[in-house]
Design a protein. Structure first.
Length: 216
Protein backbone atom coordinates (compact mmCIF):
# COMPACT_ATOMS: atom_id res chain seq x y z
CA UNK A 1 0.00 0.00 0.00
CA UNK A 2 1.35 3.40 -0.92
CA UNK A 3 1.85 5.37 2.29
CA UNK A 4 2.68 8.63 0.63
CA UNK A 5 5.95 10.02 -0.70
CA UNK A 6 7.88 13.28 -0.61
CA UNK A 7 8.69 15.23 -3.74
CA UNK A 8 11.96 13.22 -3.90
CA UNK A 9 10.05 9.92 -3.73
CA UNK A 10 11.02 9.03 -0.17
CA UNK A 11 8.19 7.13 1.56
CA UNK A 12 6.43 8.80 4.52
CA UNK A 13 5.74 6.07 7.04
CA UNK A 14 2.28 6.21 8.67
CA UNK A 15 1.08 9.29 6.72
CA UNK A 16 -2.53 8.20 6.14
CA UNK A 17 -3.07 7.21 9.79
CA UNK A 18 -1.66 10.50 11.09
CA UNK A 19 -3.81 12.45 8.65
CA UNK A 20 -6.97 10.57 9.60
CA UNK A 21 -6.32 11.16 13.33
CA UNK A 22 -5.72 14.85 12.92
CA UNK A 23 -8.79 15.20 10.75
CA UNK A 24 -11.00 13.45 13.30
CA UNK A 25 -9.69 15.62 16.15
CA UNK A 26 -10.30 18.78 14.10
CA UNK A 27 -13.80 17.63 13.20
CA UNK A 28 -14.74 16.99 16.84
CA UNK A 29 -13.39 20.40 17.91
CA UNK A 30 -15.22 22.18 15.12
CA UNK A 31 -18.46 20.35 16.01
CA UNK A 32 -18.32 21.34 19.71
CA UNK A 33 -17.44 24.93 18.85
CA UNK A 34 -20.36 25.11 16.42
CA UNK A 35 -22.71 23.63 19.04
CA UNK A 36 -21.52 26.17 21.63
CA UNK A 37 -22.17 29.01 19.16
CA UNK A 38 -25.70 27.75 18.41
CA UNK A 39 -26.60 27.43 22.10
CA UNK A 40 -24.86 30.51 23.46
CA UNK A 41 -25.09 32.83 20.43
CA UNK A 42 -28.51 34.41 21.17
CA UNK A 43 -27.53 35.07 24.78
CA UNK A 44 -24.27 36.69 23.73
CA UNK A 45 -26.05 38.75 21.08
CA UNK A 46 -28.71 39.98 23.51
CA UNK A 47 -26.04 40.89 26.00
CA UNK A 48 -24.12 42.86 23.37
CA UNK A 49 -27.27 44.64 22.20
CA UNK A 50 -28.18 45.56 25.76
CA UNK A 51 -24.68 46.85 26.41
CA UNK A 52 -24.56 49.07 23.30
CA UNK A 53 -28.24 50.11 23.28
CA UNK A 54 -30.61 50.41 20.33
CA UNK A 55 -30.67 53.53 18.20
CA UNK A 56 -33.86 55.55 18.25
CA UNK A 57 -34.70 59.14 17.37
CA UNK A 58 -36.26 62.29 18.80
CA UNK A 59 -37.19 65.37 16.79
CA UNK A 60 -36.63 69.08 17.13
CA UNK A 61 -38.44 71.71 15.05
CA UNK A 62 -37.04 75.20 14.48
CA UNK A 63 -38.66 78.12 12.66
CA UNK A 64 -37.35 81.00 10.55
CA UNK A 65 -39.56 83.82 9.25
CA UNK A 66 -38.46 85.78 6.19
CA UNK A 67 -39.87 87.82 3.31
CA UNK A 68 -39.38 87.54 -0.44
CA UNK A 69 -37.39 90.34 -2.14
CA UNK A 70 -40.60 91.61 -3.81
CA UNK A 71 -42.56 91.71 -0.51
CA UNK A 72 -44.53 94.96 0.08
CA UNK A 73 -42.76 95.56 3.41
CA UNK A 74 -39.47 96.01 1.52
CA UNK A 75 -40.97 98.55 -0.85
CA UNK A 76 -41.79 101.22 1.74
CA UNK A 77 -41.30 99.90 5.29
CA UNK A 78 -37.58 99.18 5.63
CA UNK A 79 -36.61 99.78 9.25
CA UNK A 80 -40.24 99.81 10.43
CA UNK A 81 -41.38 97.75 13.39
CA UNK A 82 -43.97 95.00 13.35
CA UNK A 83 -45.02 91.66 14.72
CA UNK A 84 -45.95 88.22 13.40
CA UNK A 85 -47.87 85.28 14.85
CA UNK A 86 -48.92 82.01 13.29
CA UNK A 87 -50.47 78.62 14.06
CA UNK A 88 -48.80 75.27 13.47
CA UNK A 89 -50.68 71.97 13.57
CA UNK A 90 -48.33 69.25 14.79
CA UNK A 91 -48.75 65.48 14.89
CA UNK A 92 -45.85 63.40 16.23
CA UNK A 93 -46.92 59.92 17.25
CA UNK A 94 -44.89 56.83 18.10
CA UNK A 95 -45.16 53.88 20.45
CA UNK A 96 -43.16 55.66 23.15
CA UNK A 97 -44.32 59.25 22.64
CA UNK A 98 -47.54 60.83 21.34
CA UNK A 99 -48.27 64.48 20.64
CA UNK A 100 -51.01 66.20 18.70
CA UNK A 101 -51.93 69.83 19.04
CA UNK A 102 -51.68 73.42 17.83
CA UNK A 103 -48.65 75.61 18.47
CA UNK A 104 -49.11 79.39 18.57
CA UNK A 105 -45.73 81.15 18.37
CA UNK A 106 -45.67 84.93 18.40
CA UNK A 107 -42.80 87.30 17.59
CA UNK A 108 -43.27 90.96 18.61
CA UNK A 109 -40.83 93.83 18.08
CA UNK A 110 -39.70 92.73 14.62
CA UNK A 111 -37.70 95.29 12.65
CA UNK A 112 -37.88 95.10 8.86
CA UNK A 113 -34.27 94.64 7.69
CA UNK A 114 -32.69 96.94 5.12
CA UNK A 115 -31.83 94.01 2.87
CA UNK A 116 -34.00 91.12 1.73
CA UNK A 117 -31.27 88.61 2.55
CA UNK A 118 -31.83 88.92 6.30
CA UNK A 119 -34.72 87.12 8.07
CA UNK A 120 -37.48 88.85 9.97
CA UNK A 121 -37.18 86.25 12.75
CA UNK A 122 -33.88 84.47 13.37
CA UNK A 123 -33.94 80.69 13.72
CA UNK A 124 -35.80 79.80 16.92
CA UNK A 125 -36.66 76.48 18.51
CA UNK A 126 -40.37 75.82 18.18
CA UNK A 127 -40.75 72.32 19.65
CA UNK A 128 -38.60 69.41 20.79
CA UNK A 129 -39.32 65.85 21.93
CA UNK A 130 -37.98 64.78 25.31
CA UNK A 131 -38.55 61.03 24.79
CA UNK A 132 -36.40 58.87 22.53
CA UNK A 133 -38.57 56.58 20.38
CA UNK A 134 -38.50 54.19 17.45
CA UNK A 135 -38.15 55.63 13.97
CA UNK A 136 -41.64 56.19 12.56
CA UNK A 137 -40.98 58.92 9.98
CA UNK A 138 -40.99 62.69 10.42
CA UNK A 139 -43.60 64.58 12.46
CA UNK A 140 -46.41 66.08 10.38
CA UNK A 141 -46.39 69.88 10.61
CA UNK A 142 -48.65 72.35 8.83
CA UNK A 143 -48.79 76.13 9.15
CA UNK A 144 -52.52 76.87 9.05
CA UNK A 145 -52.59 80.66 9.39
CA UNK A 146 -50.32 83.68 9.70
CA UNK A 147 -51.15 87.13 10.99
CA UNK A 148 -49.23 90.31 11.71
CA UNK A 149 -48.71 93.96 10.90
CA UNK A 150 -45.86 96.30 10.01
CA UNK A 151 -45.57 100.07 10.26
CA UNK A 152 -47.93 102.65 11.71
CA UNK A 153 -50.45 105.16 10.45
CA UNK A 154 -51.39 105.43 6.81
CA UNK A 155 -48.59 103.16 5.61
CA UNK A 156 -49.40 100.34 8.01
CA UNK A 157 -49.61 96.87 6.42
CA UNK A 158 -51.94 94.26 7.90
CA UNK A 159 -51.24 90.61 7.19
CA UNK A 160 -53.80 87.83 7.42
CA UNK A 161 -52.86 84.68 5.53
CA UNK A 162 -54.92 81.49 5.83
CA UNK A 163 -55.10 78.15 4.05
CA UNK A 164 -57.59 77.46 1.30
CA UNK A 165 -60.61 75.42 2.44
CA UNK A 166 -63.09 73.47 0.33
CA UNK A 167 -66.40 75.32 0.02
CA UNK A 168 -64.92 78.74 0.86
CA UNK A 169 -63.67 81.52 -1.37
CA UNK A 170 -59.93 81.59 -1.99
CA UNK A 171 -58.44 83.93 0.65
CA UNK A 172 -57.00 87.20 -0.70
CA UNK A 173 -53.65 86.47 0.98
CA UNK A 174 -53.69 82.71 0.59
CA UNK A 175 -51.22 80.74 2.70
CA UNK A 176 -49.68 77.78 0.88
CA UNK A 177 -48.13 75.26 3.30
CA UNK A 178 -45.98 72.20 2.74
CA UNK A 179 -43.53 73.58 0.14
CA UNK A 180 -40.65 71.14 0.39
CA UNK A 181 -37.17 72.66 0.67
CA UNK A 182 -33.82 71.02 0.00
CA UNK A 183 -32.40 68.81 2.72
CA UNK A 184 -29.52 70.48 4.55
CA UNK A 185 -27.33 70.47 7.63
CA UNK A 186 -25.99 73.05 10.05
CA UNK A 187 -24.41 73.15 13.50
CA UNK A 188 -27.44 71.27 14.90
CA UNK A 189 -27.18 68.46 12.37
CA UNK A 190 -29.19 67.15 9.43
CA UNK A 191 -32.59 68.78 8.84
CA UNK A 192 -35.58 68.59 6.49
CA UNK A 193 -37.15 71.90 5.51
CA UNK A 194 -40.76 72.84 4.72
CA UNK A 195 -42.07 76.30 3.83
CA UNK A 196 -45.42 78.05 4.12
CA UNK A 197 -45.75 81.18 1.98
CA UNK A 198 -48.38 83.92 1.73
CA UNK A 199 -49.41 84.92 -1.80
CA UNK A 200 -49.72 88.74 -1.52
CA UNK A 201 -47.69 89.72 1.55
CA UNK A 202 -44.90 87.37 0.36
CA UNK A 203 -43.87 86.15 3.79
CA UNK A 204 -42.23 82.78 4.42
CA UNK A 205 -42.45 80.54 7.48
CA UNK A 206 -39.73 77.90 7.21
CA UNK A 207 -39.87 74.86 9.50
CA UNK A 208 -36.66 72.86 9.96
CA UNK A 209 -37.13 69.32 11.34
CA UNK A 210 -34.05 67.77 12.95
CA UNK A 211 -33.96 63.97 13.56
CA UNK A 212 -31.62 63.52 16.54
CA UNK A 213 -30.12 60.07 17.15
CA UNK A 214 -30.55 58.69 20.68
CA UNK A 215 -30.58 55.39 22.61
CA UNK A 216 -33.85 53.71 23.51
Amino acid sequence: MDQGTTEQGVPIIGYPAVLRGASMRFGRQAFWRFLTLIIGGPVLFDHAAGATGEFGVRHRIDVVVSAEPDAPIFQRLRGAKGEVSFTVRLSANSKESRFFGMLHPSFPDIVVPEGAGKPLVQQTKLWEEEVCHQRRGLPKVTVTQLAGHFGEGVGRIEISGINRHIGNLVPPDELTPGIKLDQGSDNLGLFYGFRAQTRNSRLNVDLKIYPIDCFL
